[in-house]
Every structure is written in C-alpha cells, then in structure tokens.
Write a protein of this length. Structure first.
Ligand code: BG6
Length: 489
C-alpha cells in the first residue's frame, strides 16, 4: 500500500546527466579534447572504440590507446559526443523544462578539459568557467539545486597521452587542482559535489573483459583506484576548507549481486563479489581506510601497490559526507557452469530466472534497490542519494508528435516504491535523480536510440535530427510524482 508515502519534506527530486553525454560543443571556447571525443559509436553487439594515430602516421581503432599513440579524430568516423544533445547551446530551454517538471535538483558534471584543456595547466580557461556560472545561475532562477560530479568518465585526452592517465601518481595533484578551481569558482552556487562517477567501475569492468582479466590488469586497476581515492580525499578536504557547508559524496556503481544457488561456494563467491566491486570503494571513501579483506583481494591477483603513509593519512582525513550511487539492475553470481551469460554496463553473470531483462539485457529488479539501500545505510550511516536510475529503451514518435512510454513510467514507479520501502525501514535517503532526464548519448554504446529521458531529443544514431525537445508521457507523470512528493505514482 503506497498511499502513505514517506518521502521527507525536502526530498531532492530531480534528474541526472554527464557533461560528455549532453554538452557537445567539444571544440569551442577554448575547450581541449577529452577521451570521449575520440570514442566512436557502438551498439549492443559492437563495442565503442578509440581512434588514434601512431608516430609514423598510421591510424587505427582499438579498445584503448596503444602505447605511443595519440588520440585522433578520423574523417570517416562518427563521434556522437561531439554534439551530444548540444546542451551547451540549449541549456536555458532544457532547464526551463526541468523546472516545469518541478525538479528540486539537477545532477550534471563539469567537463575537465573545458576548464583545463590539457589537464596539467595552472591557469583555468575562463570561458569554460563562465559557461558553468551561467548554467548554475539558470538553475537557481528556478530554485533547482545543482548536484555536480567533478569527474564523470572524461579525462582530458592530453593526460591520457602524456601521463598514461590514472596510472600516474601525478594525476592526483592535477585532479586536486581542478577540484580546487571549481570549488572556489562555484562556492556560492553549488553545495552538493561528487568526486568521481562510479569510481568502482575501474575494478568492476574487469569482469567484462573479453578473454578474462590478467593479474596485470588487476594490478593496474587497483593502483588507479588508489590514486583516485587519494585524489578524492584531497578534494574533500580542500572543499571543506573553501566552504564548510559543502556536502561532498562518493559515487558508486551499485550493481547488486546475488548467489545463483544455495551452494556455499556461490554464497562465498557472491560475498567476494560485493567486497571487490561494491564495499571496497565505499569503505575507503566512507571509513577512510582500507578494509580488512583488502589484502585477500590483492593477494588473489598478486597485486602490490604504491601506497605511502601520507596517502593513508589523506584517506583518513578526507572521508565523504554522503554516499551516492547508481542503480539500474542486479546480477547473479555462480561458481557453476551456466548456459547463458547476461548483463551489461559493468557486470556479466548468470541469468536470474525470477527477473525480466531489457532489450540491452539489463535485469529489471526494483527490490534489489531496496536491498542495496538497506545494506549500505546500515554499513555507513551516511545520508544516501540514488543519483542514477532508469530504463534505456527505444521510443517511438507517433504521427501526431506524441511519445508514449509506459514501460519507462512503470520501471521508475517500481523503483520509487522500493525507495519508499527503504525509507520506511529507516534509511536516510535524501534524494533521487533519475538518469538521462533528457535523452542523451549512451555511455556504453554511444547510441541516441537507447533513451532514458522524460524529454525526447530529435537525434538518431547517425547524427541526423533537428535536436528539437519534446516532453514524453513520462514528463507529465514525473511532474505529478514530484508535486505529490512521491505519493501519486
Ligand atoms: C552509468 C553511467 O554507468 O550508466 C552513465 O554513469 C551511463 O554515464 C549510465 O550513461 C547508463 O548506461 P548507458 O550505457 O545505457 O548509457
């Protein structure tokens, strides 16, 4: 019975996006290239790749930049993030639509290479800073609280090419300088910050690696994570010194996992899965130290990390104020052989016979959201926000221009009911931003046709379309949800 809803009075209802998936304008006003600008389009069956040029002039495509290569934009390739949905030039119109839905908050990220075109400069690009000033002002016009991710899957390309990205300890200071710059610039406009989007995917995605991940892959992933944890902890301290009211959170990819069978081996395997993929990152960022099981995780892959005493002190001092996470699906773990592997995004596992799967094979599991919220709140006792949740689906525009998306409404409704239950069970959930509140470029596949929005954007997978915005049925439904503070679903 969902008549007696329990969402707190100031619950932060809203929607979420990331700079590289919406902004476009990839080469204007002094912006430098990011790794997403050399990333091609893909599909469910075809991975996205990066395009490059070798010192001898030959060009090619690969899963990641080969040693010695420079990222290159090739004339015959299509790069969906170059235009995104052109939020850069449409933000006023888009924010007005968010306001019409009644958004209390809007999650967005800052493009690092818009502020520091190479990533290692001292002086920021003023035009880049000005753009976000304008966006935040526009949000405040409608009393929409910005929720800002500092780094959402888009390293400046130069840092990748010249420093080998997060394999290099120097990245900690580049990131800290970037964070300090935006904290200072927006200290009166932004209160809620997230340090790294889905930080745990660095390790989680190894489960998806074709042919299986090697010990060297684990070594690299754990080391990159360590540098990111230290960078995050530094940012938290810098932020609090600039404005003690800042609420700075971690952001975890919350793919719940279950054991497929009652075989104790599966139960243990599932526990290890939670430790490696979910708890490890949360524990370091919320408790400020490595967990007891870290040694077992490292030993399993002969990992030896560069961790200094200063690093450990930083971690301790830089714990987060909030726990935030994305939630789309659950996965199922087994030590037994299974016929079919299903999943997407950052997790592959056995098929769960009790769940339905989307066209992209993501398991629809609202109860998993309740389960996750309750486990996590009990572990950390920190305020929680669900900062991504949604259904990627194809929409059809009717002849009269309307878009009927009952599948999306149904998905979101069930997940809101799951949050309601978790709140009733005592979880201090303070906000919900559904993913891709306006259609955007899919991170995983680069498609536009994998849509999440309440607002339809006229653009296809090849880059055709007018970019016109149209509210879908779910737009009016979400407006009602927010207006009734979650009572009218
Ligand atoms: C999350 C990311 O993993 O999932 C988003 O933080 C992403 O950037 C979202 O867009 C949905 O995934 P996809 O692949 O459908 O875009």
């Amino acid at each position: 019975d969902f008549k007696h809803m329990t969402f707190p009075k100031n619950f932060l209802w809203g929607g979420a996006t990331a700079a590289n998936q919406i902004e476009g304008a990839y080469d204007v006003d002094g912006r430098g290239l990011s790794v997403m600008d050399i990333t091609t389009a893909g599909s469910l069956h075809q991975r996205r790749q990066v395009t490059y040029r070798m010192p001898d002039g030959t060009t090619g495509k690969a899963d990641s930049l080969p040693q010695g290569a420079e990222g290159a934009i090739l004339p015959d390739e299509y790069y969906p993030n170059h235009v995104g949905i052109d939020f850069y030039h449409h933000y006023k119109e888009d924010i007005a639509l968010f306001a019409q839905m009644g958004f209390k908050t809007f999650r967005m990220s800052i493009s690092w290479s818009r502020i520091f075109p190479h990533g290692d400069e001292q002086e920021p690009n003023q035009a880049g800073l000005a753009f976000y000033h304008d966006v935040f002002n526009e949000l405040h016009k409608y009393n929409i609280e910005p929720l800002v991710t500092i780094s959402h899957y888009e390293l400046p390309l130069y840092l990748e090419e010249h420093y080998d990205g997060w394999n290099n300890r120097k990245l900690i200071d580049f990131y800290a300088h970037f964070a300090q710059t935006v904290f200072e610039a927006y200290k009166d406009q932004v209160k809620y910050w997230l340090t790294f989007n889905e930080i745990n995917t660095t390790i989680m995605f190894l489960d998806m690696k074709q042919g299986g991940a090697t010990d060297a892959d684990y070594q690299a992933a754990y080391q990159q994570l360590h540098y990111q944890y230290v960078a995050s902890a530094k940012a938290v301290q810098i932020g609090h010194a600039i404005n003690p009211d800042f609420q700075i959170g971690c952001m975890i990819c919350g793919i719940v996992s279950y054991p497929l069978t009652p075989d104790p081996k599966d139960i243990l395997q599932n526990r290890y899965n939670w430790e490696q993929n979910i708890f490890y990152s949360g524990d370091v960022q919320c408790f400020g130290e490595y967990p007891t099981y870290a040694k077992r995780l490292w030993d399993a892959h002969h990992v030896h990390l560069d961790i200094t005493d200063e690093d450990l002190a930083e971690l301790k001092k830089g714990t987060v104020d909030l726990y935030t996470f994305s939630y789309y699906m659950s996965s199922t773990v087994t030590t037994h052989t299974t016929d079919e592997k299903v999943g997407g995004n950052f997790s592959m596992g056995a098929k769960n016979p009790y769940l339905h799967y989307s066209e992209w094979q993501w398991a629809d599991d609202p109860m998993g959201l309740q389960y996750y919220l309750e486990i996590i709140y009990d572990r950390y006792h920190l305020p929680i926000m669900v900062v991504e949740n949604g259904l990627g689906a194809k929409d059809t525009v009717k002849a009269d221009g309307t878009i009927h998306d009952p599948y999306r409404i149904n998905y979101l409704k069930e997940h809101i009911q799951a949050m309601d239950q978790a709140i009733k069970d005592g979880v201090n959930l303070i906000g919900y931003t559904s993913w891709g509140c306006i259609d955007l470029v899919s991170a995983g596949t680069g498609q536009m046709s994998k849509r999440y929005g309440f607002i339809y954007v006229d653009r296809d997978d090849q880059g055709n379309g007018t970019l016109k915005r149209t509210p879908k049925d779910s737009f009016y439904w979400y407006q009602k949800v927010i207006q009734s503070n979650g009572a009218d679903l």
